[in-house]
Design a protein around this ligand. Structure first.
Ligand code: GNR
Ligand code: NI
Length: 172
């Protein structure tokens, strides 16, 4: 098991569309273990495979509050089958945009069709932070970031800041 390096804005990989997974083998299980280790280490409540450089339609989630009561969830090839008209606003952050937080409005509840770690088809209905997190992660699989849901002024400002930071690190 290992903590993997996170892909950070403005890395172009974050804009890639991830490819469907065709089956689960030993290598993919080991990769999922590494994703959990990376997510808990960060710490974060969700992690999409592309955030560690793998363009696969897969994310890990755990919105549980206590470390001694973890609720890990592996989501493969997800599809949202229903969104509520009712909206909810959360202050979102992203491990690929460290220490930047902004309010985002999204559907308050969603139904999700996906495959679990045994590649068995499942469905769940989510509300609250879980519903927000599912939508944030599914966006990553389509190359979409939470800053795409805020004003262009704020988005351009944060992209500019992270572009400068990346250049500085490059030159160092
Ligand atoms: O750790 C995370 N917290 C979070 C808070 C509000 C809405 C979404 C998230 S997901 C984020 C981890 C991450 O970047 N996942 O892609
Ligand atoms: Ni994110």
């Amino acid at each position: 098991m290992s903590v993997k390096k996170l892909v950070i804005l403005p890395d172009a990989r974050l804009r890639q569309i991830s490819a469907p997974i065709t089956g689960v083998d030993k290598a993919l299980r080991a990769f999922v273990d590494d994703m959990f280790e990376t997510m808990y280490d960060a710490p974060g409540i969700g992690l999409a495979a592309i955030q560690v450089g793998e363009p696969k339609r897969l994310f890990t989630l755990d919105v549980s509050k206590r470390e001694d009561n973890r609720e890990p969830l592996v989501v493969i090839n997800p599809e949202i089958t229903w969104k509520s008209d009712e909206k909810n606003t959360y202050e979102e952050g992203c491990l690929s945009i460290p220490e930047y937080y902004e309010e985002v409005e999204r559907p308050a509840r969603v139904r999700l069709k996906y495959r679990d770690i045994d590649f068995v088809e499942r469905e769940l209905e989510a509300d609250g932070l879980l519903a927000t997190c599912i939508q944030h992660e599914l966006d990553h699989l389509n190359g979409v970031l939470f800053i795409d849901h805020i004003s262009k002024l704020k988005r351009d400002r944060v992209i500019k800041k992270f572009t400068k930071l990346a250049k500085r690190d490059d030159e160092a």
